[in-house]
Design a protein around this ligand. Structure first.
Ligand code: NAP
Length: 266
């Protein structure tokens, strides 16, 4: 596994992390155990960045994560998110405490504002985020689905900390952030955490050159994840409950392609 610095924190996290949207939703018996097992296996394979949110399955995704990390908290970098309807000061604090309880941990490594909410002043939200850092409940602050202007406003509202990452959709089907958010992240040394990097499972396989899958002995999904993370500032958090998918994803950045080869994708 390849590891990269999160923002400008000095903290190393796996380039390929694990998403958990739709975990905590059970359509057949044993599904929770399968999800817990998948996350545990991912941790064994070196994917130490786990992304969840209070919004996912009404908190049950965080409970799946809690079970997966039990006994190995120190090996995991936990990213969670506060929902856009909880961005008033007291709501941020109580959402964080509720997430900590569900996750069974004493601090969240990266706490992200899930979506901007124009009806709540960002100054109020960031004030609460900074209090959580000062009280040790949160280590780093992140945003998600923020424009560069919104990120600037969030950063300007912080006095002792900084925003270290923007989590945003980035995939073969959705590459537009390459021209907008990514240049900002490069300049400001923030991480871009690519969500839905496999287009929610329907990435355009036909756009992956056979020459690359053959040369690198990679599946099309592996080539996509390798391509999405070709810039040092990018981390990707594919979600996989299927063990074969998980293993593929963990090995997707074992080798790096050349800039010329990357240019043939997309
Ligand atoms: P995704 O990771 O692009 O795709 C997940 C789908 O791809 C699942 O159906 C999974 O199937 C399948 N898959 C995984 N690995 C595969 C592989 N190697 N080959 C073929 N198929 C594969 O979509 P996502 O879940 O939307 O995004 C990932 C994470 O980003 C989420 O889980 C969540 O943590 C985060 N997210 C954040 C936001 C936000 O607003 N901040 C929004 C959306 C998502 P199996 O599960 O069966 O393995």
């Amino acid at each position: 596994m390849e590891y990269r610095e999160l923002g400008h924190t000095g903290e190393k996290v796996s380039t390929i992390g694990m998403g958990t949207w739709k975990m905590g939703v059970y359509t057949h018996p044993n599904q929770k155990a399968v999800q817990v097992y998948a996350l545990r296996h991912g941790l064994e394979l070196g994917m130490n960045l786990v992304d969840t949110a209070e919004m996912y399955a009404a908190g049950r995704s965080e409970e799946v994560v809690a079970e997966a990390i039990r006994g190995q908290r120190d090996k995991v970098f936990i990213a969670s998110k506060v929902s856009p309807d909880h961005l008033h000061h007291d709501d941020v604090i109580s959402s964080c405490h509720a997430s900590l309880r569900r996750l069974g941990i004493s601090h969240i490594d990266l706490y992200q504002v899930h979506w901007p909410n124009p009806s709540v002043p960002i100054r109020e939200t960031m004030g609460a985020m900074e209090e959580l850092v000062q009280s040790g409940k949160v280590r780093y602050i992140g945003v998600s689905n923020f424009s560069n202007e919104q990120t600037d406003e969030a950063r300007a509202a912080l006095s002792k900390s900084d925003v270290v990452a923007n989590q945003i959709v980035y995939s073969l089907g959705n590459p537009s952030v390459e021209k907008t958010i990514l240049p900002y992240c490069e300049r400001e040394k923030l991480s871009l955490i690519a969500y839905s990097p496999l287009d929610q499972g329907s990435f355009p396989e036909s756009r992956i050159p056979r020459a690359l899958t053959a040369k690198y002995r990679m599946t099309p999904a592996q080539v996509v994840l390798n391509w999405v993370t070709r810039n040092e500032r990018v981390l990707a958090i594919p979600k996989a409950a299927d063990l074969a998918h998980l293993e593929e994803n963990a090995r997707s950045v074992d080798a790096r392609m050349t800039p010329t080869e990357y240019a043939t994708i997309g």
